[in-house]
Design a protein around this ligand. Structure first.
Ligand SMILES: [Fe+2]
Length: 386
């Protein structure tokens, strides 16, 4: 198999990497950058520090800081117009996955027109758009290194997966210092999202020797550090490890794919407004238990790579260790049961068939080691609720 690997052309990684932004713009030949940011980044004054940094180098910038969480196509309309009016030659995506995913969609529509639904899978986005420098402020989605964006359709509420080389940021700044003030809940949800990316890329049917190396490194970095990074945010070492792990997990899944957890997670997010990482966390133990038998060696290796068990342990012991870890992680990170989150069981039961269909349509479950039919998917949704 020949793996088709795509990455940003430039990555600046490490404490203080954000200060390289003006240089990165100059390498890209960009003179009219446009910052797409999370509102919280503006409230915290981070956007102002970026604008000031650019002003110091005589680089005038414009700002759109109304990105919505779990963005839909209506939320980016105003930004597309502003980017066109500004005649922007580079977008700086500053924030979590929502800001970076929004920036990808904004760059695409500002450059090529149309609606986001025109670009959803199975369409492949090959057109190059206004270049993006992604500056993640959470350690999670890995969107800074992926050829993927997820934008909801405001009419149908479908979470549209859009993929293709044209969605890869040109450059990314991986500066863990930007994550030091992230609230516990966000750090926990995004961290489990990243761990899920690594595990799913590792067990994916599209896994390849390149993505395997990234997935292994990501699991090694995230698993032993995630709790510390969430509970003691002043622990720079843990924060740095999880940030780097999240980026590597993004590279892994972008070059291998996610699988059943993500396939089932998107409908849960759409219908019940569960944050993306949290809905992954709600599903990860159930889906892992279900899938173990189809890739016993790979899942056993997960436990060993994460340092949960000795290399000499047998497969069954490795599987047990992995399941104990995933369940305990959810407990320690306060991931609520679906009922605790407020998901009404009657409503849930009434749409599990629909969610199963939407999960299958996304294509992600087909990459899972064990591919469920619709009935099995419905049963998995039921099991995950309990
Ligand atoms: Fe994800």
């Amino acid at each position: 198999m020949i793996a088709d690997i795509q990455l940003p052309a430039s990555l600046k990684v490490g404490a203080g990497a954000r200060f390289a932004l003006p240089d990165m713009l100059s390498v890209l030949g960009a003179q009219r950058p446009f910052i797409i940011a999370d509102p919280i980044m503006q409230e915290l004054g981070v956007v102002d520090t970026f604008v000031a940094m650019l002003n110091e180098k005589q680089i005038p910038s414009a700002v759109f800081a109304n990105v919505m969480p779990e963005p839909d196509d209506s939320s980016i309309v105003a930004a597309v117009e502003s980017v066109k009016q500004h005649n922007a030659d580079c977008l700086i995506a500053l924030g979590g996955g929502s800001a970076i995913d929004s920036a990808k969609a904004i760059a695409l529509l500002a450059s090529h027109g149309g609606q986001m639904r025109d670009y959803k899978v199975p369409h492949v986005v090959t057109q190059q758009s206004i270049p993006i420098i992604a500056v993640p402020t959470t350690a999670g989605t890995g969107s800074e290194c992926t050829r993927v964006t997820v934008i909801s359709d405001s009419a149908s509420h479908e979470k549209m997966l859009c993929m293709g080389p044209g969605l890869m940021p040109k450059a990314a700044i991986i500066d863990y210092e930007l994550t030091l003030t992230v609230p516990f809940r966000v750090a926990a949800d995004t961290g489990i999202d990243a761990l899920t990316h690594a595990i799913e890329a590792w067990v994916s049917k599209k896994a390849n020797p390149f993505s395997d190396q990234q997935a292994m490194s990501a699991m090694r970095l995230i698993a032993p550090n995630l709790l510390k990074a969430c509970k003691t945010p002043e622990d720079h070492e843990a924060k740095e490890a999880v940030m780097l792990g999240a980026t590597m997990a993004g590279i892994a899944f972008s070059n291998a794919s996610v699988a059943l957890v993500h396939g089932m997670s998107r409908p849960l997010g759409v219908h019940f407004h569960v944050p993306h990482g949290m809905s992954n966390a709600m599903l990860l133990p159930t889906v892992t238990q279900y899938s173990l038998e189809a890739a016993p060696q790979r899942y056993a290796a997960c436990a060993q790579i994460m340092g949960l068990i000795d290399d000499s342990a047998d497969i069954k012991a490795c599987h047990e260790a992995l399941m104990v870890f995933l369940n305990k992680l959810n407990q320690e990170l306060g991931v609520p049961a679906m009922s605790e989150f407020g998901i009404d069981k009657v409503h849930y039961d009434s749409i599990t068939a629909l969610m199963a269909e939407q999960a299958i349509a996304s294509g992600s479950p087909a990459n899972n080691p064990l591919v469920p039919e619709k009935d099995a998917l419905i049963a998995l949704y039921q099991q995950a609720y309990r």
